[in-house]
Design a protein around this ligand. Structure first.
Ligand SMILES: Nc1ncnc2c1ncn2[C@@H]1O[C@H](COP(=O)(O)OP(=O)(O)OP(=O)(O)O)[C@@H](O)[C@H]1O
Length: 265
């Protein structure tokens, strides 16, 4: 099977609020796929279906040949071990050293002996250039270093898929470039697939193989990097040039403005 993940006609609502209205996308093995869309378009909701935290109202997510919402709790637990996650907020435990943060998933989810955990942790820290930061506390790290440790930790259980949720947010340009290059390097060196959820189209174009744009619960544009750069699609252009005006509205959907005011004209 060439695709690690296949999302088929995925629908999901929070109560009456329909968020996903028929998403179709694939994450091919060995590739980095970008998922873009304005705030609130449903990116996190989509990701929550990958790990089975949410159950679709229609459609499915297929991961390595298994339909996620049909799995038992034990099977889901095993599937989640194959997914590494890196969040915008690094999610490091502030009261543990870098080393213990890295060792935590291995101690929690495996029976590996401490000597092996030690070597795995140092190998992964070395890959992000931070082997020597092992004894530091998260509070002693710069924002970029913290993100690198989180990135290394996402790879420590040798997942098949790494999911990055807003990996570039709040970083200075140099750290941002470092993280982007590391995402590409780790993807290729570890032979994994990666999903990068981001607003930063310019930065993602440097590292992704394929991009999906989500708007109003469906995929509205997709393509490889050159297709995106040359696209005349209004969604793509609004993102690429960070234009305030375009199909992505500034206002959260609402009733006409005068109806909301107490004093009528
Ligand atoms: N637990 C929830 N209950 C009700 N509505 C929710 C819940 N979580 C999210 N929503 C709504 O679902 C929609 C999609 O939210 P989601 O967080 O998936 O968007 P997003 O694209 O990830 O946004 P952002 O980029 O800002 O993180 C939003 O309108 C949000 O308000």
């Amino acid at each position: 099977m060439d695709n690690l993940i296949e999302v088929n006609d995925l629908h999901f609502s929070y109560g009456p609020h329909k968020v996903l209205k028929g998403i179709n996308l694939t994450i091919p093995r060995g590739k980095i796929v970008g998922i873009m869309g304005a705030s609130g378009c449903g990116k996190s909701t989509l990701l929550s279906h990958f790990g089975g935290q949410l159950r679709p109202s229609r459609g499915s997510v297929n991961f390595m040949g298994q339909v996620i919402h049909e799995l038992s709790n034990d099977e889901l637990y095993k599937v989640r071990l194959k997914m590494g996650m890196m969040f915008q907020m690094s999610g490091l435990f502030t009261d543990m050293t870098v080393y213990d943060n890295m060792a935590f998933p291995l101690r929690e989810h495996t029976d590996l002996p401490e000597e092996l955990i030690h070597d795995l942790v140092l190998m992964k820290l070395h890959a992000v250039g931070l082997r020597n930061a092992r004894d530091l506390m998260p509070g002693d790290l710069s924002g970029g270093m913290e993100r690198r440790v989180a990135l290394a930790r996402a790879t420590v259980t040798d997942p098949a898929l790494i999911i990055y949720d807003e990996p570039f947010a709040g970083l200075d340009p140099i750290s941002l470039n470092t993280i982007a290059n590391l995402i590409r390097k780790l993807n290729d060196a570890l032979g994994v697939s990666s999903v990068v959820v981001t607003y930063d189209l310019a930065e993602s174009l440097k590292i992704v193989d394929y991009i999906y744009f989500i708007h109003d619960g469906i995929v509205v544009a997709q393509g490889d990097v050159s297709e995106m750069v040359n696209s005349q699609d209004s969604f793509v252009r609004q993102f690429l040039h960070a234009e305030p005006d375009g199909p992505i509205a500034f206002q959260y959907p609402s009733q006409p403005y005068p109806n909301d005011l107490n004093i009528k004209a």
